[in-house]
Unconditional design. Structure first.
Length: 108
């Protein structure tokens, strides 16, 4: 029981020392005086930004994985000899014939 009290007392003394050092002696930079060091606030913003970007990339990967699954089924059908599904290739068409216009001269 005494050991737990001694450990608890040491933890309280250390945390009080840190609190006094940061609050009264300004050991950490805190421009807005909210008790949270600016370096921690900047790190939190960076983590949020990175998490947002990772989320966007995960959505892109999931979409790509769905496309891969769809295409894998098409490959299996092609191996079995089934006709192609999906968009058909464009038919080869002749280019439209150019219309020539006659120029009439109006010399008088």
């Amino acid at each position: 029981m005494k050991t737990i009290l001694v450990i608890l007392l040491i933890a309280v003394v250390i945390s009080a020392t840190v609190w006094i050092g940061t609050k009264f002696f300004g050991l950490t930079k805190d421009e807005d005086k909210d008790g949270i060091p600016d370096s921690v606030e900047d790190a939190a913003k960076e983590v949020k930004r990175r998490a947002r970007r990772v989320k966007e990339e995960v959505v892109d990967v999931v979409d790509a994985a769905k496309d891969v699954v769809d295409q894998a089924g098409d490959v299996a059908d092609a191996i079995k000899g089934k006709p192609r599904k999906g968009r058909k290739p464009a038919a080869n068409r002749k280019p439209a014939a150019k219309k020539t216009t006659r120029k009439t001269s109006t010399k008088k």
